[in-house]
Design a protein around this ligand. Structure first.
Ligand code: KG4
Ligand code: ZN
Length: 327
């Protein structure tokens, strides 16, 4: 079964084709350079840019997979969560192709997509396992109980981890997106300052990152000559410490011996390093998708769609974009 999937929930236009779980093509076009000057994604511009290039991206993906559109069995798209205008471009285009080619359509939850990025690298990984989902809008500890069933264990009470990276980077004048900018600055500095790691009581699997941002802001006001690289390294360490400590504590307390990391923040090199060390200490295995499949891509969407299509779970053409779709 060949699945062509589109992903356009934020500022990446992505198309992928998989055949029975095997990746034939994954095309990603990022709008980062356009939104950079505004310090974040401008929704109206994002939607227009998706619209401008989505047809060419589909052609390019079909070329890469060496397929004709007639050979595609299922068309899929992210249906939420995300920016409504951006979501509607991918969703409408995928439904349009399904109607034109008289083939079924599958709408996919973007968050499931991030979790499924792990199966692209580890096809033998089997639920149940713990998931740390860390993206621009989400920070959640979850258990994937079955292929389509996920349970919440803990979540952020305010900012998401990616949001904390983005806000702290802006405050330090490091630009957008903040995660890669902080990671790069941190490599030149030392984590010599201690920023807060809240909600550390045993058995508390929730996160809070808004205090960290405020703490960095006050620190910079008090110490205007502090090295930005040192502050970036210290802030990054505070975020990574919270994420790794809580994810491993949660896995241990629920007697799960595997943690799959997912979402844009899972590409962070310090997070990967600390998780690797903690994994050796605890015996709990840590899984990370390849870096380019941690951030938004369509391969992960195609894989979820394939799982649904295999079971005949197609979506009606009335499927709408759901900006606040949850797991
Ligand atoms: O999953 P994603 O691409 O989009 C959402 O669904 O939100 O995640 C984007 C988030 C941004 O906040 C970005 O700053 C963060 O992931 N990010 C990183 C890194 N690369 C991307 N955070 C930390 N370190 C990175 N290397
Ligand atoms: Zn995402």
């Amino acid at each position: 079964m060949k699945v062509l999937a589109l992903e356009s929930s934020c500022d990446e236009t992505a198309v992928a084709i998989i055949e029975d779980g095997r990746l034939l093509s994954s095309q990603i076009s990022s709008q980062i350079d356009i939104h950079k000057r505004f310090g974040g994604v401008v929704p109206e511009i994002a939607a227009r840019k998706h619209l401008e290039i989505i047809d060419r991206m589909v052609s390019r993906s079909l070329e890469e997979a060496d397929l004709d559109i007639k050979e595609i069995d299922v068309f899929a798209s992210t249906m939420g969560p995300g920016l409504v205008g951006s979501l509607l471009i991918g969703l409408s285009f995928a439904k349009g192709m399904a109607i034109a080619m008289n083939k079924p359509f599958v709408g996919v939850n973007h968050l499931f997509g991030h979790v499924y990025a792990n199966f692209l690298r580890y096809p033998l990984l089997k639920p149940p396992f713990m998931v740390l989902l860390v993206s621009g809008g989400h920070t959640e500890i979850l258990v994937l109980k079955d292929w389509d069933r996920i349970e919440l264990v803990g979540k952020t009470r305010d900012d998401a981890a990616g949001e904390a990276f983005d806000k702290i980077a802006r405050l330090l004048g490091l630009g957008y997106p903040g995660g890669p900018a902080i990671q790069e600055a941190a490599e030149k500095g030392q984590a010599k300052y201690h920023f807060p790691r809240p909600l550390r009581e045993k058995g508390n699997f929730d996160f809070s990152f808004s205090g960290l941002k405020t703490s960095v802001l006050y620190f910079m006001k008090k110490n205007p000559l502090a090295s930005v690289s040192d502050v970036a390294a210290s802030a990054q360490e505070a975020i990574v410490d919270s994420l790794v400590t809580k994810a491993f504590d949660a896995a241990e307390s629920l007697h799960l011996d595997e943690i799959a990391f997912a979402g844009g923040v899972a590409s962070n090199s310090l997070l990967r390093e600390w998780a690797r060390v903690q994994s050796e200490v605890s015996g709990i295995k840590a899984y990370f998708p390849p870096v380019d499949l941690c951030t938004d891509n369509a391969a992960m969407i195609a894989l979820v769609a394939h799982e649904k299509a295999k079971r005949g779970l197609f979506s009606p053409l009335s499927t709408n974009a759901v900006p606040y779709l949850t797991l």
